[in-house]
Ligand binder design. Structure first.
Ligand code: HEM
Length: 284
């Protein structure tokens, strides 16, 4: 997938790598894993964008919520037949696994039991590996010495992705609701309160990380909080790390003199979903 995409853009000499490379591969990989038809890929991209608007609607803006709800209904409508088909005829797809794993033969889960998980999986799976890869390349462009190290030794890419996830924290919060009153670090939180633990703050905690604001792929201190902790920690961490490494290795190898396009600076956006808005590069 990545090799094919590089060949499609190679002769251009320039690209927005987020839109032209990382996002399409991330979405395609997710569609393949889920068993979704390739024809539905552009819809998948729009759904994920609109669902993410709802997932970060902390102000309860009705227009933002309407956008997310419309995408959610449309996804349910399109996914329903696929779920029914996978219910009747199990395959190796992730949807089939969600329906049948741990169940007796012929007794799959109901569509309404798997749809919410499927939607979270789709936001995470289609959007995040692409954004994590673009963020990693951005971070390396900002630190040319470390970019050079990674180009010389691609086994450092895993550490580069990991350090980017700490430095950038693509998902800003881990949200919970208290089941009982609790006191944390001297602050009392009543029962039933909604809590947003700030991952971006944990990842820059100077009690855990030395020089936390410094991007350093050789860092060995601390435990990265980017994927959350506990029973609901991210199920896509391995998928993200592996797919990002592959996407980065392919592009760095194929376009060795690729560099940022000085006329179009990279802008980072968001904090609940944080990453570059675009990543303009040129090469000879
Ligand atoms: C840069 C990449 C990613 C980051 C930083 C990230 C981060 C997170 C975080 C912080 C959580 C919340 C954990 C919690 O509340 O304890 C989460 C949950 C989740 N993520 Fe990811 N994620 C990423 C990629 C993915 C991918 C690729 C997938 C799917 C293939 C995915 C699927 C999920 C799912 C299904 C949950 C909910 C788990 C549950 O509630 O049990 N994520 N992710």
């Amino acid at each position: 997938m990545a090799l094919q995409r590089v060949e499609e853009i190679r002769n251009q000499g320039h690209a927005d790598l987020l839109a032209d490379y990382f996002e399409p591969i991330s979405i395609l990989a997710q569609a393949v894993v889920l068993g979704i038809d390739r024809e539905d890929i552009s819809s998948l991209r729009n759904w994920v964008r609109d669902l993410a608007i709802g997932a970060s609607n902390f102000d309860k803006d009705p227009i933002m919520q309407g956008t997310a709800d419309a995408a959610s209904s449309e996804m349910s409508r399109v996914l329903q037949p696929l779920i029914e088909q996978e219910s009747a005829q199990p395959s190796t797809s992730l949807i089939s696994d969600l329906l049948h794993r741990g169940r007796e033969e012929g007794c799959p889960r109901r569509p309404d039991e798997v749809l919410p998980t499927l939607k979270v999986l789709m936001i995470g799976g289609a959007q995040e590996p692409g954004h994590a890869s673009a963020s990693t390349l951005y971070a390396l462009f900002c630190h040319p010495d470390q970019l050079r190290d990674v180009q010389e030794d691609s086994s450092l890419l895993g550490s580069a992705v990991n350090e980017t996830l700490r430095w950038m924290s693509p998902i800003g919060t881990q949200t919970r609701q208290t089941t009982q009153s609790v006191t944390i670090a001297g602050s009392r939180i009543p029962q039933g309160e909604r809590v947003a633990a700030l991952i971006s703050s944990a990842n820059r905690d100077n009690a855990i990380f030395q020089e936390p604001d410094r991007f350093n792929i050789y860092r060995r201190d601390g435990r990265n909080a980017a994927f959350g902790f506990g029973p609901h920690a991210c199920v896509g961490s391995l998928f993200t790390r592996k797919s990002s490494q592959v996407m980065l290795e392919v592009i760095l190898h194929a376009l060795p003199n690729m560099r940022p396009d000085g006329s179009k600076p990279t802008l980072l956006r968001g904090w609940e979903f944080r990453g570059p808005r675009a990543l303009y590069v040129v090469w000879d």
